[in-house]
Design a protein around this ligand. Sequence first.
Ligand SMILES: [Ca+2]
Ligand SMILES: [Ca+2]
Length: 683
Amino acid sequence: MKRIVIAFFFISMMMTSLSIARKVFFAYQATENVKSVAVIGNFNNWSPAMGKMKRAFGTVWTIQIEIPDGVYLYNFVVNGKIVADPRNPKRKSNGKGGFYSVLTVGTFSLPKGVVGDGIIHKNYVVFNEHSRVYLNPASTNTIYFAIDTLKDDVQFVNFKADDKLYPMTRVKLNRYTDRYKIIFHPSKKEFLYEFVLEDGNTKVYMGKDGVATSSRPFTFDFSTPTVSILKDPDWADGAVVYEIFPDRFFNGDISNDPSYTMRWGGTPTYDNFFGGDLQGIIDKIGYLKDLGIGVLYTTPIFDSPSNHKYNTRDYMKIDRHFGTLKTFQNLIEILHSNNIRWIIDGVFNHTGTSFSAFQDLLKNQKKSKYVNWYFVKHFPVRIESGDYATFQNYPSLPKLNTNDPSVQKYLKQVVDYWTSKGIDGWRIDSANTISNSFLIKLYGWIHKCKPNSLDVAEIWTNASNWFNEGAFNSTMNYLFKDAAYSYIVYGAGAQAFLNSTNAYLSSYPPQLWNSLWNLIDSHDTIRALTALKNNVQKMKALVGLQMTFIGAPMVYYGDENGMTGGRDPLNRRCMVWNKRKWNFELHSWYKTLIKIRNETPAIKVGNYVPFLARDQLFGFERSYKNQDVYIFINGGKKLENVQTRLSGKFRDLVNDSIWSSKSKPIALKLQPYEVLILEKMKK
Ligand SMILES: [Ca+2]
Ligand SMILES: [Ca+2]
């Protein structure tokens, strides 16, 4: 959508004395158009008036409340809408598809774990056969298992399946908890499993009875799984995604232009049109192919009165200014014959006011059979934001009640219709404002119709809850953007990038890592080159990082030619086709890196192991089967000397040269913002 609430949140507790009530500080980061924020919970009778927050700095809203020791549920109320705290991972279902955030106030003393003392603190052993955090099937022969214990409490944990023992690997989860993991490859459709924990002379089982001294294993059966298989299609792994805003890409058919079409290349406003269309994408297929993209993502293409088409008028029709059903089918055909997949935009959180159901509501008011399709606040309903729930207070975007059975029936038809026409998946607009129960159904419809499809969330924060519930198999990975910007745009160091990316990767199902849409900008942000104040060298480092990192890099149309632009509408300028206006240095950099990615399985889909994060220097390894590739990025303006541990012969994939060192490890010099990609040569 146009502007999304980027929410971050933190709690910090300040003990004022040893008294029971403590001051709890709440903060919430909103966007410019947010007018009110409150915190509500069972510590203030769920009263927005009592929890009214104040704008403290920038768009951050805060409040400090005295709360007695205890455990509480709370939410934020942002512009009248209730949201769970996006920054607090502790959540509890509200039973309606949403969540409460959980707050613990007060000190609590954890027992101290000791390895080898024969004591295993049972209450801190956690496994849940219904949670993807602990049991995550990626296919019928790969399941990721995990179990938590108190930190430093047990000597080892074995995973036991059908009477065979497999040692689990310990990872430190946080200050209090150790997590043990294993990737299990079952050979049968149904098997018995449990965990065996040992410390000193003590041995306990985690099974159907919880932690017990005798064995009573769980059963896992793929025909009635406690957690269903979640996977992404192979074609999505590591592919380069290209985002097109159709009105601005290319005008391939002037006969369908709106009568008020502007001259190509003019200044975009919120509501002017430039005549771009689906035929334009067909005409430029050679360009997309030459660039090396594997997936096309188009912003909405269904009938809608606006240039962005996020206010749908008719979900069953291609917008007449974009083409016909025939053009749509031609585009699918030409994309597929060039081995490019197509993801279309699904806007199901809200409709436009010209959508037939909303029109019927306006006309028939209380008698309309579509009354339950929207959240009417009072009658008569007019096109005013106080009359019904909206998307971010825009009266033009009435919120659709996706929990209503007849709405669901309708949207299933929509999804089935377009999916069966051959598209490869959906990007779901404003997914964070749609109920999870609906999103899970939607995922099921899409995958039933086309099992090999990609269902991409528009979620700007950590999407692990959605992945864990099986609501999506990819996301627009704004967390990558945030991390990459903090490193290269704001110069906060490679360690900051590493910490942030590790945080999301470790919380996401590993089988989805390769298909996360790693973007550096989109139709909802300023363009990356503009954020970099037109510094092409920095842009090259940023793109170098994006194109070599684990995931599916997403290119916003025109970035590859040096297009710039501030906030909407300036980030949606017409594609520059006049090559004299291109930045060729950038264009050839994009082509080089995309080619390297597409031709190097280690970079495209390989393992990712970071090994260097020092100041603005970042180094990581990508490996796949016999291929090992080492990437070095200088994200700063100083010349950097790097003493590597690499010796032998390496091919420099960027400069197409050979690095060789027989005995001594290779020493590198990295120019400011230089990106070096070295592939180990076997002979
Ligand atoms: Ca112990
Ligand atoms: Ca046109």
